[in-house]
Design a protein around this ligand. Sequence first.
Ligand code: UDP
Length: 371
Amino acid sequence: MYDYLIVGAGLFGSVFAAEAVKNGKKVLVVDRRPNIAGNVYTENIEGIQVHKYGAHIFHTNDKRVWSYVNSFAEFNRFTNSPVANYKGELYSLPFNMYTFNKMWGVVTPEEAAAKIEEQRREAGITEPKNLEEQAISLVGTDIYEKLIKGYTEKQWGRPCTELPAFIIRRLPVRYTFDNNYFNALYQGIPIGGYTKMVSHMLEGAEVRLSCDYLKMKDELDSLADKVIYTGPIDEYFGYSLGCLEYRSVRFETEVLDKPNFQGNAAVNYTDRETPWTRIIEHKWFEFGKDEAGNDLPKTVISREYSSEWKVGDEPYYPVNDEKNGALYQEYRKLADREKKVIFGGRLGEYKYYDMDKVIASALDVSARELG
Ligand code: UDP
């Protein structure tokens, strides 16, 4: 009845759906949530697009992906420049000349580099083996202690010495006064929200929401020639080899009767004691204005709390350490035997994917599959 059954209406599934429909295929998309768009889902509250599953700022260096998303939405010129709050001291992120000046009083890039080099030498790190060593060798011990250690241990629930170094390499270190968090040529937020963008991707596909694939697998499988599965790979196999670890996130969202709570979209609380990792003030993704350009009198904020995932929670971040990497490879072998199924996306591939990388991957997979 359908050429493709797509499990999950997030970015991977929706891009695949758009490509399949473009190629004249009949597509059914199911999602167990009552809404489309997976974790990029946005909802309008008080005229503000609220990122219900955490802040998503689109950024990419891939021109193909940038043109692709722009064919489904118009993007604004938002540039992510979070602020770090360490016990009331405010620092610019990512680590740049403003951060170094505030931390040490240094004024020139040479002075900043010398300070970092001095701290790196004192720590005696030559080849960083974990996140802590990588962080100290990039920015020195002071920044590590105040801006990285507490935040990272809250976010990941593990000591920095047990986390992979690559996580911290996501953040740029700049010897310039550039507060742009991303090294990306293209950046912005879809005007009108991600949900609207994803709904355009899904045009021409049949979508069934609140439909739990794994609970009615046989029935749904019988409807289509092939399945694109974007849910957790371990859940697909009934956790038969054990659970992969994820970090989950909980949000406490509040509408405040004031126009400006923190003056920025993201403020990270980098000390260990504050229980939340960051506060998002959603209106600043849209410059505090509604779609018609009017100033908004209220504001919506979300405090973000990180926790270890357990069965039944929403999985957010794969914990890409060695142990989980090895278990994923075992699941991968099982997945390769499922000839009718393609596994894709953050949960299907157990990968800490950025949005642009998920889209690139879905475009590659669909090009191979659809010819
Ligand atoms: N990080 C940090 N301090 C900050 C922000 C980030 O130490 O104020 C570290 C932390 O380990 C985090 C990693 O940098 O896991 C990557 O941060 P990013 O902002 O890329 O994470 P995401 O937005 O995907 O949650």
